[in-house]
Design a protein around this ligand. Structure first.
Ligand SMILES: Cc1ncc(C[n+]2csc(CCOP(=O)(O)OP(=O)(O)O)c2C)c(N)n1
Ligand SMILES: [Mg+2]
Length: 383
């Protein structure tokens, strides 16, 4: 009887879903917060159309500085050969990760990628965990079992990324489907690069989320390169947001170097997803000022391109200009930076003082050890 009832319920739900009005095919790309050229040669700042309160704006500034300065410290450690593995920077595109993650509620989920340290920090991960993780230390979140960005924190709503490009889209889609089945309510951001959007997994994941109307927000970081390949050589569309039409979902183009715009657009997308509207695609237009990783000498970049972005379109410079114009003093900004540097110094010292992990522990906590016994028990290592 019980199972018949379940079947009836499922059939009724499917019928209701079929009756849901689907929007007719149309381009629904909002460009309200898209990048604008500077008028009369004035340097770019940020949009003034915001619901953010003054203290939130200062908190955003702190996260931007924290992201940049934590990354600078990691590069420092890398040059001292203290880092195990690669170092991936988000220099020049920090506003996308910080602004979008800041628009979420604490119980919402994210799946960040290599350029999203800012989102991880907004989610409440401390710099000490990042330093210890990069140095593969015992006190790091993965206890030296994995490197750089490869760790997660379920309590904080942060799913550790897997390397395969595109695969975090179906993973987040599955999380959101699971949540719906368990009657839990939250939205999820899955970050993706311009290159990652050309994978099969991206298509399958987003298509399924769109059909199921899951509250998935895809933040596509259009930073113009995938390794050394410019975006124009791996996708035929000009705006990545155009791809949303293929899934019947709305999209936004946002200035990825304007932290306020990134916040506002993600907030609107999250509200829409939370209301039951379904998946949304946000294309953040930005620029990757460093190479793919620290080893990359960027010889494929046309001369002057990086310098142009550094001089004219740096997200932190732009936000500083905005804050100063709206009455924040330089001293306030300096005090925030000094506090960020203090935290980084303290946390880096803590991480450096951590021991390296015990070799005997390496195979533990890789799988759930209550189900799968560790592959190498200490006595096997001893023999
Ligand atoms: C399926 C797959 N193919 C190739 C790679 C190797 N790979 C890692 S990052 C990367 C470039 C990613 O470019 P993009 O998606 O634009 O992100 P960005 O690095 O610019 O943030 C590639 C090709 C991979 N990790 N997974
Ligand atoms: Mg890219």
């Amino acid at each position: 009887m019980e199972s018949e009832k379940t079947v009836d319920k499922d059939a009724a739900r499917d019928k209701r879903r079929r009756r849901l009005k689907r929007p007719r095919f149309q381009m629904r790309v909002s460009t309200k917060f898209a990048p604008r050229k500077s008028t009369n040669g004035e340097p770019l700042t940020c949009t003034s159309e915001t619901t953010l309160k003054p203290e939130q704006l200062l908190e955003l500034y702190r996260y931007l500085k924290l992201t940049r300065l934590v990354e600078e410290r990691i590069v420092n450690l890398y040059r001292q050969t203290k880092v195990v593995g690669g170092v991936f920077r988000s220099l020049g595109q920090e506003a996308t990760a910080v602004g979008s993650a800041y628009a979420l509620q604490p119980h919402d989920f994210i799946t960040p990628l290599i350029r999203d340290l800012g989102a991880v920090l907004v989610k409440g991960i401390r710099p000490r965990e990042i330093f210890a993780q990069y140095m593969a230390k015992a006190w790091g979140p993965s206890g030296g079992r994995d490197l750089n960005i490869h760790f997660g924190d379920m309590e904080k709503g942060f799913i550790g990324p897997i390397s395969h490009l595109g695969d975090m889209i179906p993973v987040m889609t599955g999380i959101l489907l699971g949540a719906r089945m368990q009657k839990k309510k939250f939205v999820g951001i899955a970050y993706i690069g311009d290159g990652g959007m050309s994978t099969g997994a991206f298509h399958e994941g987003l298509n399924f989320a769109a059909v199921q109307r899951l509250p998935l927000i895809v933040v596509a970081e259009h930073n113009r390169y995938a390794y050394s390949t410019p975006t124009s050589l791996q996708t035929a569309v000009k705006d990545l947001a155009e791809k949303a039409a293929g899934y019947g979902i709305p999209a936004y183009i946002v200035d990825g170097n304007d932290v306020i715009a990134c916040y506002e657009v993600t907030k609107a997308a999250a509200d829409y997803a939370r209301r039951g509207g379904g998946a949304v695609l946000i294309e953040a237009k930005t620029y990757r000022r460093k190479g793919h990783a620290e080893h990359d000498d960027q010889r494929y970049i046309p001369p002057g391109e990086i310098e142009w972005w550094e001089k004219n379109n740096d997200p932190i410079d732009r936000f500083e200009k905005y804050l100063l114009q709206t009455g924040v003093s330089q001293q306030q900004l300096d005090a925030i930076t000094a506090d960020v540097v203090r935290e980084i110094d303290e946390d880096c010292t803590w991480a450096e003082s951590s021991p390296m992990p015990d070799a005997e522990q390496a195979a533990y906590n890789v799988f759930d050890n209550s189900i799968v016994p560790p592959a190498f028990r200490p006595k096997v290592l001893e023999s």
